[in-house]
Design a protein around this ligand. Structure first.
Ligand SMILES: *Cc1c(COP(=O)(O)O)cnc(C)c1O
Length: 220
């Protein structure tokens, strides 16, 4: 069951701060997604390619689908024309594959680069140093069919709010640095950070896009 009252309170709160809401609908049914759509939500996030592709045809066509989970190179071709934004581009190899397949389909694919800020090894992404060195060596200058709109990151899974705050602050300062050195791309403006448990800390630290699942749809 979706919590409609909470949804409206949250979306007003986020709107007043110019923060975009990605409603994370993984494991939830098309009916549950439709009921949140009927409340006004248009951006939905899924973490699996197959799940996104199987729900999409069952739902209104003006939904903006975001892929937020790990993407394997062999699924790039299927997903790129079906999403508004991919949050989880975590390696140069994946970026190259997205560029190649987007060229073949003659489309432009919008992406975020995922940064590893957490302590857990299981979370993927570029390290801040890697990202800055790729940027200064010009790796992002020749992209024609891939548009880097910003950065995404996940904080550690911990109850230590200070640690979470520090990780978000670290990502925000990386975002600012990247933005100023990547001024040729005026579309670079999204900082996707914050989930159900830590979105308030993320917004305080400068997030402008949060990805919220369980608080909206109930536990998975
Ligand atoms: C599942 C997921 C979320 C949402 O998690 P909640 O804690 O349910 O809000 C956000 N981002 C990513 C990458 C996820 O996989």
């Amino acid at each position: 069951m979706i919590d409609k009252k909470f949804y409206h309170t949250l979306s007003e709160q986020l709107e007043s701060k110019c923060v975009q809401l990605v409603a994370v609908s993984k494991t939830k049914s098309a009916e549950e997604i439709k009921s949140m759509y009927d409340e006004g939500q248009r951006i939905f996030g899924e973490n699996k390619v197959q799940e996104l592709l199987s729900k999409k045809p069952l739902l209104p066509s003006d939904i903006k689908w975001h892929l937020i989970g790990n993407l394997q190179s062999n699924k790039v071709k299927q997903i790129i024309s079906n999403v508004e934004l991919i949050h989880s581009v975590s390696s140069m190899k994946l970026l190259a594959e997205i560029e190649k397949q987007s060229k073949e389909l003659d489309i432009s694919t919008n992406i975020l680069l995922q940064v590893h800020i957490a302590t857990e090894e299981t979370k993927s992404g570029f390290t801040p140093d890697e990202l800055l060195s790729e940027l200064s060596s010009g790796s992002f200058d020749n992209l024609k069919n891939t548009n880097i709109h910003g950065l995404m990151g996940m904080a550690s899974f911990t109850h230590d709010n200070n640690q979470i705050k520090n990780e978000f602050k670290q990502l925000k300062s990386l975002f600012d640095k990247f933005k100023s050195e990547y001024s040729k791309n005026q579309d670079f403006k999204i900082l996707s950070m914050g989930m159900s448990g830590d979105y308030e800390l993320a917004i305080e630290a400068g997030s402008n896009m949060v990805r919220i699942g369980s608080l909206l749809f109930g536990a998975r």
